[in-house]
Design a protein around this ligand. Sequence first.
Ligand SMILES: [Zn+2]
Length: 176
Amino acid sequence: MAVNKVLKGARNMHITALVKRTYGRMVDYLVQRGTHIVRTYIVDRTRFEVEDGFNLRRHRNGYVWSLRLDNKTCECGRFQTFKYPCDHAIAACMHQSLDYWSLVDPVYTLQSILDAYQGQWYPIGNDLNMPPREGDRIVPDPSTARAKGRPRSTRIRNEMDLTEPQSSRRSVSLQR
Ligand SMILES: [Zn+2]
């Protein structure tokens, strides 16, 4: 929908002009969308209010979010969920000349990924040599068992599922 708006008025143009116009409009759109108004609320530069730029799609000013850099949370929820600075946190850092890379959680580091896969693995061995299991025997619930045969389809069929009559299909193949 937003791209349609960007391309509006660019139809029936020469291909080079069309590409240039599309490029220019996308840049304008992304620059406007990426703007934020940052208000600092505390002298130690940890609490901010960040207002999204004008939203071209909704034709309204953006939402206002409360941001805390000291505990890495933003009202938008993305900062604490992904443990990665959201666009509001990045805007606040740029506004205050702070390093936003320091807010990225160590879980995203290469070392963290390497650590996750360096665990030691051991061979399981032959099933026959496994000790017998002690305790109650676990059996599946028969009421949840699938019936024999092909499962019944729950898809809603429409006119595209209708097959052509055999005679017309044959006549088409003979014309080739
Ligand atoms: Zn945010």
